[in-house]
Design a protein around this ligand. Structure first.
Ligand SMILES: *[C@@H]1O[C@H](CO)[C@@H](O)[C@H](O)[C@H]1NC(C)=O
Ligand SMILES: *[C@@H]1O[C@H](CO)[C@@H](O)[C@H](O)[C@H]1NC(C)=O
Ligand SMILES: *[C@@H]1O[C@H](CO)[C@@H](O)[C@H](O)[C@H]1NC(C)=O
Ligand SMILES: *[C@@H]1O[C@H](CO)[C@@H](O)[C@H](O)[C@H]1NC(C)=O
Length: 341
C-alpha cells in the first residue's frame, strides 16, 4: 500500500467534493486492481462509498420486536468484568480484540484513542477481548493486568487468529449481558487510528434519538472468497460455496446501535462459524434482513492513509497505525483537534 495513493484519495475526498466523480471512479479502479496484492486485510474487495448523509431508518416496525432476547455464552467467561459498565450510561462501548501478549499495545491504546475521559460529558468505555494464551505465564500476566485496569474480558477458548470470530461473538454476548444500556457499540482493532470526536459528533449524534438497527463502517460490496490454497485468506468451496460474500463492513472498525448486539449474536450462534469475523457479521446482518448504512463510507478507512492532523480530524478510523505511530502522532492530533476547522 503506497502512501501517495492515500494522499491522492485524501485530496479528492476533502478538497474537491464537487469534482469527485471522475477521480473517485479512478480511485475505485485502482483500489480494486491493487487489492489482490495488498498486504492488509482485504479479501478481494470493491468499495462503494456513498454520499448518503441521512441516517438509517429503523428496520423494525415496532419497538416490541426490538426487545433483547437473552444470550448464552459459547464458552465460559474466565474474566467477566461484570460491573465494567455500571454507573453513567455509556454512549459508546468499545470492543477491542487483542492478543494476550500485546501488553504494550493495550497500554498505548488506553492512553490514546481508548482513553475514557477524552470527551467531556460523553461516556465512552472500553473492553479488550481476549482468549486464553497457550503460555501459562502470559495468562498470569493477563490476570495481573486485569486486576489493575479492569478492562479485560476473557472467555475460555484458545486465542488464535482463526478464532477471531469467537472473540467478536464474545464481545456481542458480553455487551448484551453486562452492558445492554450502552447506546452504541464499536468493534475496533488495535492497529488503528481512531477519532472518537468525529464519530460522536457526526455519526452517533447524541442529541438526536438513538438509532435502531444501525450499523456502519467501511462497507464492502461484492468481495469474493480467495480460492488459491496458498493465499492467507483462502476459503475452500466446501466452507463457502458461493462466489461472493454478502455485504459487510471492514472488521478494522465498525459501529452499531446496541439493539443489534443480541440480535447479531443470537443469529450468529445459529449459523456455522466463518473465520473472518467481518464477513461473518455480514452474514448475520443479511440473515436479520438488515442493511449496512453507507454513512460511514468516507470516514472509515481499512487502508493506511498518510497521517495529516487536519485531515484526520475528519476521519473516524484509519488502518495500520502501530503503537509507536500512535504515541508519536497523538499529541499532534490533539492539537489539530483544537486548531483545524
Ligand atoms: C410488533 O411486531 C411483532 C412482531 O413483528 C408483532 O407480533 C406485534 O403484533 C407488533 N405489535 C404492534 C403493537 O404492532
Ligand atoms: C485521558 O485524557 C484525559 C483528558 O484529556 C487526560 O487528562 C488523562 O491524562 C488521559 N489519561 C491517560 C491514561 O492518558
Ligand atoms: C499455570 O500456573 C499456575 C500458577 O503457577 C498453576 O497453578 C497451573 O497449574 C499452571 N497451569 C498449567 C496449564 O501449566
Ligand atoms: C478455537 O478455540 C477452541 C476452544 O479453545 C479450540 O478447540 C479450537 O482449536 C480453536 N480453533 C482454532 C482454529 O484455533
Amino acid at each position: 500500500m503506497n502512501e501517495s495513493r492515500g494522499l491522492h484519495l485524501r485530496t479528492i475526498r476533502w478538497k474537491n467534493p464537487k469534482f469527485l466523480l471522475v477521480p473517485l471512479f479512478l480511485a475505485m479502479v485502482i483500489l480494486i486492481s491493487f487489492s489482490y496484492h495488498s498486504s492488509i486485510k482485504s479479501y478481494n474487495i470493491i468499495i462503494e462509498p456513498s454520499t448518503e448523509t441521512t441516517t438509517m431508518q429503523p428496520t423494525s416496525p415496532n419497538s416490541t420486536a426490538n426487545l433483547p432476547k437473552p444470550t448464552v455464552p459459547l464458552y465460559p467467561y474466565h474474566i467477566e468484568e461484570a460491573s465494567r459498565c455500571k454507573g453513567e450510561v455509556p454512549l459508546l462501548m468499545l470492543l477491542i480484540p487483542s492478543v494476550p501478549q500485546d501488553v504494550v499495545i493495550r497500554d498505548t491504546v488506553r492512553k490514546t484513542w481508548a482513553n475514557e475521559s477524552l470527551i467531556p460529558g460523553i461516556s465512552i468505555k472500553r473492553v479488550f477481548l481476549l482468549g486464553i494464551p497457550s503460555n501459562n505465564e502470559t495468562q498470569v500476566a493477563v490476570e495481573q493486568e486485569s486486576s489493575v485496569f479492569h478492562d479485560i474480558v476473557q472467555q475460555d477458548f484458545m486465542d488464535t487468529y482463526h478464532n477471531l470470530t469467537l472473540k467478536t461473538l464474545m464481545g456481542l454476548e458480553w455487551v448484551s449481558r453486562f452492558c445492554p444500556q450502552a447506546k452504541y457499540v464499536m468493534k475496533i482493532d488495535t492497529d488503528m487510528f481512531f477519532n472518537p470526536w468525529f464519530l460522536v459528533r457526526n455519526i452517533l449524534e447524541p442529541d438526536k434519538p438513538t438509532k435502531v438497527g444501525f450499523i456502519t463502517g467501511q462497507v464492502i460490496i461484492g468481495a469474493s472468497p480467495f480460492r488459491d490454497p496458498n493465499n492467507k485468506w483462502y476459503i475452500p468451496v466446501s466452507l463457502y460455496p458461493e462466489n461472493q460474500y454478502p455485504v459487510y463492513c471492514s472488521g478494522t472498525g465498525y459501529v452499531f446501535s446496541n439493539d443489534l448486539s443480541s440480535r447479531i449474536y443470537n443469529v450468529g450462534v445459529e449459523i456455522p462459524i466463518f473465520p473472518f469475523e467481518d464477513v461473518f457479521v455480514g452474514m448475520c446482518v443479511k440473515k436479520l434482513g438488515m442493511e449496512f448504512s453507507r454513512q460511514g463510507g468516507y470516514y472509515f478507512s481499512q487502508y493506511r492513509l498518510q497521517y495529516n492532523g487536519c485531515h484526520f480530524t475528519k476521519m473516524v478510523t484509519v488502518h495500520q497505525y502501530s503503537s509507536e505511530d500512535l504515541v508519536k502522532l497523538w499529541p499532534d492530533f490533539l492539537k489539530a483537534m483544537e486548531t483545524c476547522t
